[in-house]
Write a protein that binds this ligand. Structure first.
Ligand SMILES: Nc1nc2c(ncn2[C@@H]2O[C@H](COP(=O)(O)OP(=O)(O)OP(=O)(O)O)[C@@H](O)[C@H]2O)c(=O)[nH]1
Ligand SMILES: [Mg+2]
Ligand SMILES: [Zn+2]
Length: 295
């Protein structure tokens, strides 16, 4: 029998799992059949026990998965402390509805999220202030970065400290560029934004990097769309912290703030107390959930 070791799965490609062992080596591992029988699939981020088959070639078998702190469906991962969702402030123009979906998705999975608008160098002060206004009461911290002039990078380091953070966002927004700055050794391929706004050296699998100080980041492939979690239409509103202070003050009990008369949320939107972009995202998602329910 070989030697056993503990480590963390940093990526999984084509049936192989790459396990970063405590001593620093990365072992190429297969998962033993036991997992398949027990219907458990190892996830990126899992802390595992491996049995070393070949120390020279750094090959091993995963023989146990240690208890998970949590498990995310999207992006598939385990033991995640927080997410940083990255959108470009411009080029490509941010799809805020997609961003809002991500916030719902993460909140649903009980993971707190930091919103990062990268490519700050491309926008004016006024445009930046508008993003701040939109997300002022969404319950997430919001930061602005540029990998071109390094603005906001100190703040990113601060946020990552001691945590495992998923970096997620659409393609071409600078996730890999940020990963490179935070951790130059990662040497991720970054892409030129093509006509359709997709990075050429697009990231194809999730990978975790140790960035020192007990901190890990997970670079993930860009997404272009996001399914909403299976929510009841009546509960969607609780994923918008902006609505909270008005909850219970509408004319109707259980008002979902869509078509009801004397709705204090709608009044707050008209008065500019709730940003209309956020409310618009809400109504779009609400309609979508309603459509889904019909089938
Ligand atoms: N202007 C500007 N461009 C940036 C910035 N950060 C990254 N870029 C450029 O944006 C393009 C895409 O960057 P990537 O880091 O590959 O983006 P990504 O999010 O990893 O993309 P995927 O891997 O496809 O998901 C590259 O051409 C970068 O040079 C920034 O702060 N400002
Ligand atoms: Mg990338
Ligand atoms: Zn209402």
């Amino acid at each position: 029998m070989g030697i056993n070791m503990q480590g963390k799965i940093i990526k999984g490609i084509a049936g192989f799992y790459y396990v970063h062992a405590k001593a620093g080596d990365v072992y190429e591992c297969k998962a033993k059949g036991v997992f398949r029988n027990r219907k458990i699939k190892p996830l990126v981020g899992d802390n595992v026990e491996i049995e070393i088959i070949n120390q020279e070639e750094l090959k091993g078998n995963i023989i146990d998965i240690l208890p998970r702190k949590n498990e995310l469906i999207r992006p598939a991962s385990a033991n995640i402390d927080q997410a940083m969702v990255i959108f470009a402030a411009a080029n490509p123009q941010p799809n805020l509805n997609l961003l809002d979906r991500f916030l719902v998705m993460m909140d649903y999975q009980n993971v707190s999220t930091i919103i990062c608008f990268n490519k700050q160098d491309l926008i004016s002060h006024e445009e930046q202030e508008e993003f701040k206004r939109i997300y002022a009461d969404c319950g997430c911290e919001i930061i602005f970065t540029s990998t071109y002039d390094n603005s906001g990078i100190e703040q990113v380091h601060e946020i990552l400290k001691g945590k495992t953070t998923v970096l997620a966002g659409p393609s071409g927004v600078g996730k890999s560029s940020l990963t490179n700055i935070i951790m130059p050794e990662a040497n991720m391929e970054t892409g030129v934004v093509s006509r359709i706004g997709r990075g050429r050296h697009t990231t194809r699998h999730s990978e975790i990097f140790y960035v020192g100080d007990n901190s890990y980041i997970m670079d993930t492939p860009g997404f272009t769309s996001l399914m909403l979690p299976e929510l009841e239409t009546e509960t969607l509103r609780f994923y918008f912290p902006e609505f909270e202070e008005f909850e219970g003050t509408c004319r109707f009990n259980g008002c979902v703030h869509i078509n009801e008369p004397d709705c204090s949320v709608k009044t707050a939107v008209s008065a500019g107390k709730i940003h209309k972009m956020r409310y618009q995202s809400y109504t779009t998602m609400y309609q979508e959930l309603k459509e889904q329910k019909k089938y």
